[in-house]
Design a protein around this ligand. Structure first.
Ligand SMILES: Nc1ncnc2c1ncn2[C@@H]1O[C@H](COP(=O)(O)OS(=O)(=O)O)[C@@H](OP(=O)(O)O)[C@H]1O
Ligand SMILES: Nc1ncnc2c1ncn2[C@@H]1O[C@H](COP(=O)(O)OP(=O)(O)O)[C@@H](O)[C@H]1O
Length: 204
């Protein structure tokens, strides 16, 4: 709910989203990548962005770690701060999608409740949930950033999957099991799911 009064948002006079999508020859969408730290969100998000770019699609990549150095820099990892982190990230993603871009947003977004915030902001039709699936033990073994070692030693509080919850997404658009297949196969699976929805039907 906005706290400002006397504001008058305009909608109808804006250049339509359809016109922008028509120019770009693609459908705007938000690919919302959720998963544990180290599950492969950033790796796959980057690989997907390069692959889509090579195929001629215009993209925007929003990564949790990066957003937390800018628009979300005042937020930590309490439940309340994660909610606000996701709320702001979803609002930004929505803007990019409405400009016709294939928007890849990669955030742990750990709970059903938190992901529902993003879905409600972005809208059911544009919100495509990609579960980057990898068990805690495998992520801990990968320990890309050394965070699991610190968390298991009690040096990081509210660590996702340890002393902060992660709910397995119930009905994702696609589930990518990164512990069971190579990066190449994960990217292939992701592309096969995404390409049909971003291709513009020019006969519509
Ligand atoms: N306590 C705790 N729990 C989980 N992750 C932590 C924590 N502290 C720091 N980090 C680092 O922050 C990155 C996750 O930020 P997100 O914005 O994606 O998290 S969330 O959606 O708000 O839950 C996460 O990045 P990824 O490893 O890419 O997931 C970590 O690098
Ligand atoms: N199938 C796969 N897909 C994505 N990453 C994988 C896969 N298999 C192994 N990995 C490795 O797992 C790690 C994932 O790290 P990262 O992408 O930073 O995860 P996150 O962004 O979720 O924290 C990388 O070192 C990556 O090379």
């Amino acid at each position: 709910m906005s706290e400002a009064t006397n504001i008058h948002p305009i909608f109808n006079s804006l250049l339509s989203r359809e016109k922008k999508e028509g120019l770009l020859k693609q459908n705007g969408v938000v690919l919302w990548m959720t998963g544990l730290s180290g599950s492969g969100k950033s790796t796959l998000a980057r690989a997907l962005e390069f692959a889509l770019h090579d195929l001629g699609y215009k993209t925007m990549l929003l990564d949790g770690d990066n957003l937390r150095t800018g628009v979300n820099s005042n937020l930590g990892f309490s439940e309340e701060d994660r909610m606000e982190n996701v709320r702001r990230s979803a609002e930004v993603s929505k803007l990019f999608a409405s400009a016709g871009l294939v928007t890849i947003c990669s955030l742990i977004s750990p709970t059903e409740e938190i992901r529902a915030i993003a879905r409600d902001i972005i809208g059911e039709e544009d919100f495509k949930q990609v579960h980057i699936d990898c068990p805690f033990e495998v992520c801990a073994e990968r320990d890309v950033k050394g965070l699991y070692k610190k968390a298991l030693a009690g040096e990081i509080k509210n660590f996702t999957g340890l002393d902060s919850p992660f709910d397995i997404p119930k009905d994702p658009f696609v589930r990518i099991p990164t512990h069971e297949q190579s990066l190449e196969d994960s990217l292939k699976q992701l592309l096969e799911a995404v390409l049909p929805i971003i291709k513009l039907d020019e006969n519509k």
